[in-house]
Design a protein around this ligand. Structure first.
Ligand SMILES: NC(=O)c1ccc[n+]([C@@H]2O[C@H](COP(=O)([O-])OP(=O)(O)OC[C@H]3O[C@@H](n4cnc5c(N)ncnc54)[C@H](O)[C@@H]3O)[C@@H](O)[C@H]2O)c1
Length: 254
């Protein structure tokens, strides 16, 4: 439902081609924001755009690899050129690396996961923040994970990459809170998106078994995370800053 807090506002979503990013882009647009959907996957990114336009919303796709500084800089320059403002930024693009103990990980694994999940969030904030400083306001939400707050066997590089997102969020909140920019992150639990598919393909027997480890006995949907992302950008969240919000059915409460 359209909301006057969002109409006329501009929202950037990275990783908008699929899963949590796509659901969040659709939700921002349903609230009335003009959405820039960014991803490395142009075909699926444009599908998110088509869904938004089909629902009567406003969106367009800009391809950018978040791990590449020149592409992130160019993304922000295109947003300024087309909209001359950036009110909400959801830095969400990420990849998984599951089921790989430290001794089996390669340096390439380390560089790839850290470059996309951690450096990507840092690069996005680096180029979003000057725009928000110039316009004297904005909201940033980064995607961490429950793995950003606790350890996980077989997940060490992913865990480290998401702990970095929490650290960047907290530090940026301290740097820019007095300058009108609110910065938070979300910590999803196990959400049924394609990032987990390679793991479920390798261990189909664990798909049902792992549900029993979730206090609510089910996996989350991308839409349930999108609700938190968009809420963090509303005035209702005006005193929420530097926080990492679990959306995890109680996984972190164990
Ligand atoms: N699904 C979960 O269980 C879960 C849990 C915690 C955190 N997360 C995090 O949520 C975020 C979204 O994941 P998802 O579950 O929607 O998975 P997803 O695989 O459905 O979506 C991730 C998107 O990021 C894009 N992407 C990957 N590398 C990129 C790059 N270099 N530049 C730009 N885009 C890139 C992909 O193309 C894809 O569209 C990720 O940061 C992930 O780590 C997911």
């Amino acid at each position: 439902m359209e909301d006057k807090e969002f109409s006329g506002k501009v929202a950037l979503v990275t990783g908008a081609a699929n899963g949590i990013g796509s659901a969040s882009a659709i939700k921002f647009a349903a609230k009335g924001a003009k959405v820039i959907c960014s991803d490395v996957n142009e075909i699926s990114g444009n599908k998110t755009v088509s869904k938004i336009i089909g629902n009567g919303g406003s969106a367009h796709f800009i391809r950018a690899d978040v791990s590449d500084g020149s592409e992130v800089k160019a993304l922000m320059e295109q947003i300024i050129k087309s909209h001359n403002q950036l009110d909400f930024a959801f830095n969400n693009a990420g990849i998984g690396l599951f089921d790989k103990p430290i001794d089996q990980c390669t340096e390439e694994d380390y560089d790839k996961v850290m470059n996309i999940n951690s450096k990507g969030v840092w690069l996005c904030m680096k180029y979003e923040i000057p725009i928000m400083l110039e316009q004297q306001g904005g909201c940033i939400v980064n995607t961490a994970s429950q793995a950003g707050l606790v350890g996980g066997a077989g997940l060490s590089i992913y865990v480290a990459s998401k702990h970095a997102v929490v650290g960047f969020t907290q530090s940026a909140a301290l740097e820019y809170g007095a300058k009108g920019i609110r910065i938070n992150s979300v910590a999803p639990g196990i959400i049924d998106t394609q990032i987990n598919q390679p793991f479920w393909d390798d261990h189909p027997e664990l798909y049902e078994e792992w549900k029993s480890t979730v206090p609510m006995k089910r996996y989350g949907t991308a839409e349930e995370v999108a609700e938190m992302v968009v809420w963090l950008c509303t005035k209702d969240a005006s005193f929420v800053h530097g926080a990492t919000m679990p959306v995890d059915a109680g996984m972190l409460a164990r």
